[in-house]
Design a protein around this ligand. Sequence first.
Ligand SMILES: CC(C)(COP(=O)(O)OP(=O)(O)OC[C@H]1O[C@@H](n2cnc3c(N)ncnc32)[C@H](O)[C@@H]1OP(=O)(O)O)[C@@H](O)C(=O)NCCC(=O)NCCS
Length: 243
Amino acid sequence: MTESPVSSRGPRHALWTPLPAPRRAGDVLLVRARVTELVPWARTVEAAWLDPAERARRDGFRREQDRDAFLARRCLLRAVLAEQLGTEPAAVPLGPAPGAAGRRGRPGVPGLHFSLSSSGGHVLLATGPRELGIDVEAVPDLAGAEQMSRILHPAERRRLARTRRGRRPAAVARVWARKESLLKAMGAGLSRDPAVDRVGAGRFPRRPLPGWRILDLPLGPGGADARAALTVSESWTDRRVRR
Ligand SMILES: CC(C)(COP(=O)(O)OP(=O)(O)OC[C@H]1O[C@@H](n2cnc3c(N)ncnc32)[C@H](O)[C@@H]1OP(=O)(O)O)[C@@H](O)C(=O)NCCC(=O)NCCS
C-alpha cells in the first residue's frame, strides 16, 4: 500500500479533538475541529485524497469560505473514516449514500454511519453503529435570527418570540441545530419542511418522531458562538443504554 502524504497516524491528530458524547447517545464518536486549522493541512493532502467528484464540488464553490469549509470537512472525514476502516484516506469508498438521501446530497460509505457539519468555522463529525445526524449552527445576529425563525414550527416560533432579544439568537441557533441534526439523520435535509417537526425551543429537545432521539451537544471551551445537536436512532440508544 502506498503511503499517503501524511501518515494516517501522523501529526494532523493535533488538528482535531474528540468531543465528549452524551451518555444517551450510545456508542458514538464525536470529533471537533476548526476550519482555519484544518485548511492549511487539507491543502497538503487534497491532491492525493479527493476523488474527481469531490474536486469538482470543491471547484464549484464561488465563495472561498464555502470552498474552505468543504475542503476541511472532506479531508477530516477521509482521515477519520480511514482510521476506522484501517485503510488510506484516498481509498475510503466515499460516494452518494444509497437512495433518496444520496440524491439529496448525503455522502455514504458502505457499512459506516457518519454525519458531518460546519458553521461559523466550527466542524463536527459523528460516527457510530447506527444512523445519526449532527449539526453545528453559528449564533446569528438578531436580524439573521428573525429570518431563521420564520420557517420553524409555529410553537417554536412562538416560544422564540417570547425569548428576551439578547438571548434569542443563541436560542434560534439551538433550535436550528436540533432541527437540522434530525433532518440529516433522516437523510431528508431541508427537502423536509422545517415547520413540520417540533424539536422544541425549550431547555430540552422534544421527540417529534418515533425512532429518533435529539440531544444537545455542549461545545465547551471556544464554542460559545455556536450551538450543536446530535440525533441518533433510538433502537440503538435503547439497546445500549438500558443496562
Ligand atoms: C443537509 C443540509 C440541511 C445541510 O446544510 P448546511 O447546514 O448548509 O451544511 P452542514 O455543514 O451542516 O452539513 C453539510 C453536510 O451535510 C451532509 N448532508 C448533505 N445532504 C444531506 C442529507 N440529505 N442528509 C444528511 N446529510 C446530508 C453532507 O455530509 C454535507 O457535507 P459535505 O458537503 O461535505 O458532503 C442541506 O445541505 C440540505 O438541505 N440538503 C438537501 C437539499 C435537497 O434535498 N436538495 C434536492 C436535491 S438537489
